[in-house]
Ligand binder design. Sequence first.
Ligand SMILES: Cc1ncc(COP(=O)(O)O)c(C=O)c1O
Length: 396
Amino acid sequence: MNAPTRINSALNVRDQFPALGGWHYLDSAATAQKPQAVINAITAAYSCDYATVHRGVYERSASMTDAYERSRAAAARLVGGQPNELVFTRGATEAINLVARTLPKAGRSRVLLSQLEHHSNIVPWQLAGYEVDAVPLTGDGQIDLDAAERMLTEDHRVVALAHVSNVLGSIVDARRAAEIAHAKGALLLLDGCQAVPRLSVDVASIGADFYAFSAHKLYGPTGIGCLWGRADLLASMPPLQGGGAMIDTVSFDDSTFLDPPARFEAGTPHIVGAIGLHAAIEWVEQLSIDAIHAHECALVGETRRALAAIGGVTVYGPDDSAGIVSFNVDGVHPHDTATILDDAGVAVRAGHHCAQPLMRWLGVEATARASFAAHSDSSDIEALVRGIEQVKRVFG
Ligand SMILES: Cc1ncc(COP(=O)(O)O)c(C=O)c1O
């Protein structure tokens, strides 16, 4: 418990989240609470600095444009990419849809996913006309990359995997996934929604081709996310939406488009969202993502040990999962578990977590899920354990 104690006591992390109070918020994998620094940046952007970007010739618009582009540079740097490779989207869902809809298929018609994917990394491929294959999981809930290697064919255009599972917290060996994909001439897209808030990411050393994430899981605002893509691939992709800000010339006969990333950002963007995202990135970097990861790993270990000690609780996923613990109290529906926990001031998610194929693989309809953030500490786990003991008392 050294790491959790250190991160909290040295920097008063918990006190920086005004919406927390005494609440035991264990649903950060759904969306993260916001630190005051992010709230302040958003408030200042609307109350002092607000103007549109890219079009105004007046000074405030120019400085808003600078702030918007600085956010792009920070988001690109966060995952080890370049600003011209970073497209702002509404979130990871839109980022994956963008790739599925616009990446030229190059004569290939299949996508290789895994059994644990979020619906956001399944449905877009189906809608875009891909044939979907799903890699099975190992017994402890990791993507079985040996099986992926066997399943991959020259018909697969993309291998698209969650970098970290939103249900099990399992971390895929991303570098090996890239090698496997590239050996068959396929591309690797990583869904980094749960990875970016908890792991240091470097698309260059991974060898990824696309990387998608959402700001709201990274302590930033909703409504904005990012697609990082290799520059040559983005250049090969046509726009998904047309409108202002993405064109070069327009006539009634024809229009021409700007280069990426502007080509993919039609319309007035989420300007203040980008500023909030930048503040969130700076906040995370100031704590250090490695410290957050160590902190959350210690909390996961503590939680898994505590749940095992209660007895009658099934815990899913690998022991070294990143920041997320899914479980079921035997014989109790997870919605009932979550309702009793809510009465005890503990917020967990219960349901299929937008991962119905994974629920089928686990052989359950739903699970309860506790997920951690930089502000979480042992008091949250103690409250969770007390709540689960109450669940067991209520349900006999
Ligand atoms: C692994 C994963 N992928 C994709 C998404 C979709 O993210 P968003 O709803 O922010 O687009 C989520 C959100 O829960 C997620 O956890």
